[in-house]
Ligand binder design. Structure first.
Ligand code: GDP
Length: 296
């Protein structure tokens, strides 16, 4: 039987099998020999020990499409990053940090701004004008309105459908409210999952996938607020700013860092309003951070 690991804790793996439920499994010793450890997100082959108790053994890990380092999870297709348009107003440095981190791991990112119901349209347009020109899909939603009008979340559902998505964002932006409304769609189907796996604040340190519908999983990304850029050279940072590419040709010096060099296409584009000032200012901050970082 085939399933997907949705949670791993203390040597046990919880494997979701469509139309059946969640099996509590152990990984057989064979994995230790070839130095692979099952990861949350892995598609695995199971050997059932007891249908009644829903227990089994993982006997094979199917080949991974991708593997993220932080958080450690396999087969993630994309990230949805959630911020509030207001209350709290978005920390764009944190947003850019996340976008850079995901781009450096080749993971597509979608930006979702919540609390549309209390937002000033000018704030909304401002955020759109910063991120859409960079090539990101930007959604505006209201978890609050979605309670009465669930169809307002359809564009988000469409993005999630059939994929495994890591959902990230600082606290207070409405992540739980949004995840709850997406989950309530399938509450009946996944009821058994929630009863098998305790959910709650104390379990959020562990990465865990939530099954939404057939082949659709989301993962709440823990530890988001202190996102460090890891293993990155300051010279590589610029390649994770998609909007820089078309202006680089104007730089006089090869290997221009766009910080202090004269005749810089990026700085000119910022002056001309073609690259958002906010993005460039955050680029400089991250560049300085990488410059002063000790290797670990
Ligand atoms: P989390 O910390 O990101 O998981 O955020 P929560 O889902 O706990 O929400 C934080 C606060 O924002 C709560 O008081 C929610 O009621 C409120 N909230 C969440 N979504 C919305 C929304 O769309 N509009 C408004 N006005 N408030 C919201």
């Amino acid at each position: 039987m085939q399933g997907k690991i949705i949670k791993g804790i203390a040597g046990f793996y919880y494997v979701h099998v469509e139309d059946k439920g969640v099996y509590e499994c152990k990984a057989k010793g064979i994995f230790r020999k070839d130095n692979t450890k099952p990861l949350v997100g892995d598609d695995v082959q199971l050997e059932i020990l007891s249908e009644e108790e829903m227990t089994g053994n993982i006997v094979q890990i199917l080949s991974r499409r991708s593997e993220l380092i932080r958080p450690a999870v396999a087969n993630v297709d994309q990230a949805v990053i959630i911020f509030a348009i207001t209350k709290p107003s978005p920390n764009l440095n944190l947003l850019d940090r996340f976008l850079v981190m995901m781009k450096s791991q080749d993971l597509p990112c979608i930006i979702c701004f919540n609390k549309l119901d209390i937002a000033d349209p000018a704030q909304q347009e401002h955020l759109r004008s910063i991120y859409e020109p960079c090539g990101y899909q930007v959604l505006f939603v209201s978890a609050k309105e979605a309670v009465e009008h669930p169809e307002t979340l359809d564009p988000l559902r469409q993005i999630l459908k059939g994929k495994t998505t890591t959902v990230a964002g600082p606290s207070g932006v409405g992540k739980s409210s949004l995840i709850n409304s997406l989950q309530s769609d399938v509450c009946m189907e996944t009821g058994e999952i929630s009863s098998k796996i305790e959910r709650g604040k104390h379990t959020t340190r562990h990465s865990q996938l939530i099954a939404l519908s057939s082949g659709t999983y989301i993962m709440d990304t823990p530890g988001f607020s202190s996102l460090g850029l890891f293993d990155m050279e300051k010279e590589d940072l610029q390649q994770y700013y998609p909007e820089f590419a078309e202006y680089e040709v104007e730089c006089k010096f090869g290997g221009c860092s766009h910080i202090s060099e004269p005749v810089c296409g990026i700085k000119e584009a910022v002056k001309a309003g073609k690259i958002a000032k906010e993005r460039y200012e955050n680029y400089k901050l991250l560049y300085e951070e990488l410059k002063s970082k000790k290797k670990f």
